[in-house]
Design a protein. Structure first.
Length: 569
């Protein structure tokens, strides 16, 4: 799928890139000249946060210059405190590794190097032969680039590098899921295509594994994120969040994608690859959401929190200015204070120090203007639950803030609606699996064939009847609301706009620039909290659903503004 305006942009970009190179514009402009940074990666290795790839926009001659690739690897010292506006970047030329955007980047277990795989060459200029690049750090914020040769070159040669894949590391193995391949990522690739399945790279053996088909825990995934959860399960778990899942048999578009929500969360065992799902509650993030950033933190109680910030709704051309924390094992979302300086998408973030998150850059949906964040940087303190204008190297260990701990202290973990006993056993101590309950108590599984006394038997019978009645009421209310809305909107077809693949950027950094809704009386605005992508009766479509809000304290479910079922307190 080709954008009609892409070709002139490519030609213009070639001329402008040559002009910019001649003027030697900095990869790390001053705070006065900085405009915006996007599509890069950030990796923490040792005492430094390394920024690699992406593009930067800055002032030249009093005007905003065209975006250019970042041709240096930059680093920030994490041993010292600094104000964001005074951040000092150390620069190392990318003499071996080409500059890519939306690439995958990860550190090794030893803290001696990081790797870069895939990514796009902006404007499809200088697309290179696929290779894995390794940056060996020198301990002082610099290092050297080299190509990492695979132990199994034949398999590696058959892999398609992608942009916007989700990845994480387990011990010393990288897991990379999905992404999109195009002429921006691979030389001479004629058709944009989503890459199904998952790849693994063992850093010790330098060996790649390609996992597709029914063996893969995911089918397709674009612009989502993955987080490793070492606290749970026999060998940890990998959680996959957000993004969208295009069909693999046609060029990828938003219109032919399943949009992943933040209610039914998917995770898998990195060894067995067995996949599980579990429903989350609380302040549920709006979806669809792609191109957001995440960072993970283990807490002293044996649980885990995942920070989620920003991203975009490509259907409505909205970039989100919001942030959340998913707390595990409670599967409860908490909305954080609103981040400053506007919405942003396609940017990285990382856990820095012991309890802070560093975010770098991000795109607007319109032609990129100045990012009011100093140097494009933001810092969030996970324990104090505050956005800050500086990085503080002296802060202590991460501890759950009271706003999140309250969920566990009032016994809400005992009322989590587990999808199965097996999932419960993965996350809660004392049930045959997981490493931590998060509240110091266990939530034991019931025995398969209990022998209750008469009093407890009566209580159980009453509970069963009450549960059946409650489910019946919920089903009736849901049926009535859906029937009423179908009658109200009879004859209306809910269709998402057709949009090109992620790499089709007619304007620098503007993903899905030529999207437009289908014309005619069937066009509607798709609201993330009232519509969902469903597959039924042999077809996929958007359908209007009742608004569901889960109160994380009382577990009260409200349907369309009316109380439906209330859980036992």
């Amino acid at each position: 799928m080709r954008s009609p305006s892409a070709v002139p942009w490519i030609a213009l970009a070639a001329v402008q890139f040559a002009s910019l190179a001649a003027s030697q514009i900095s990869d790390a402009p001053s705070v006065e000249n900085f405009v915006r940074r996007f599509s890069g990666a950030v990796v923490v290795v040792g005492n430094y946060a390394y920024l690699d790839g992406g593009e930067v926009i800055q002032m030249e001659g009093g005007a905003i210059a065209t975006a250019r690739t970042v041709n240096s690897t930059l680093s920030l010292d994490l041993t010292k405190s600094w104000a964001l506006k005074d951040a000092v970047f150390k620069s190392t030329p990318k003499d071996v590794s080409p500059s890519k955007g939306n690439a995958g980047a990860w550190a090794n277990r030893e803290g001696t190097a990081f790797y870069v795989w895939g990514g796009k060459s902006p404007y499809a200029i200088n697309v290179t032969t696929p290779a894995l690049y390794k940056f060996t750090v020198d301990g002082n914020g610099g290092g050297t680039w080299a190509i990492e040769r695979p132990q199994n070159p034949n398999l590696f040669a058959g892999l398609l590098p992608t942009e916007a894949m989700a990845l994480t590391t387990v011990n010393n193995t990288m897991y990379g899921m999905g992404g999109v391949a195009s002429r921006w990522t691979t030389p001479s690739l004629g058709v944009d295509q989503v890459v199904p399945g998952m790849v693994k790279f063992n850093m010790d053996a330098r060996e790649w594994t390609n996992i597709t088909g029914t063996e893969s825990p995911i089918s397709t995934l674009v612009a989502g994120r993955a987080q490793y959860l070492p606290s749970f399960g026999p060998q940890g778990l990998i959680m996959v969040l957000g993004g969208h899942a295009p069909r693999a048999d046609v060029p990828p578009t938003i219109g032919n994608s399943r949009l992943n929500d933040f209610v039914t969360l998917t995770f898998f065992d990195p060894v067995t690859l067995k996949t599980y799902t579990q429903t989350a509650t609380g302040d549920l993030p709006i979806f669809p959401r792609a191109g957001f950033c995440t960072a993970g933190f283990q807490n002293k109680q044996g649980g885990h929190e995942i920070f989620v910030f920003g991203g975009e709704n490509s259907l409505t051309k909205v970039r989100y200015q919001d942030a959340y924390v998913l707390s595990l094992p409670g599967f409860v979302w908490t909305k954080l204070p609103t981040p400053p300086f506007g919405g942003r998408a396609y940017f990285p973030c990382a856990a820095v120090g012991k309890r802070q998150v560093l975010t770098v850059g991000g795109l607007e949906f319109t032609t990129p203007g100045k990012d009011e964040a100093p140097m494009g940087l933001l810092v969030y303190d996970m324990t104090a639950m505050t956005w800050k204008d500086s990085y503080d190297a002296t802060l202590g260990d991460y501890e759950r803030p009271d706003a999140i701990s309250a969920f566990y202290k009032n016994g809400s973990l005992d009322r989590v609606p587990w999808s199965s006993k097996e999932v419960q056993s993965l996350f809660v101590t004392g049930t045959g699996g997981g490493a931590g309950s998060g509240n110091g108590t266990s939530n034991p599984l019931p025995t398969e064939n209990p022998t209750p006394d008469s009093a407890s038997a009566s209580a159980i019978a009453g509970g069963v009847v009450g549960t059946i009645l409650a489910l019946a009421v919920l089903s009736a209310v849901s049926w009535f609301i859906l029937r009423r809305r179908r009658q109200k909107n009879k004859g209306i077809e809910f269709l998402p706009p057709e949009q090109p693949a992620i790499a089709e950027m007619a304007v620098p950094g503007n993903l899905y620039p030529n999207s437009q809704a289908k014309s005619g009386p069937t066009s509607v605005v798709v609201e993330a909290d009232t519509f969902a992508y469903v597959e039924a009766d042999g077809e996929s479509r958007y359908a209007e659903l009742p608004v569901v809000r889960m109160d994380r304290r009382s577990h009260e479910t409200e349907l369309d503004g009316g109380s439906a079922v209330k859980g036992e307190k």
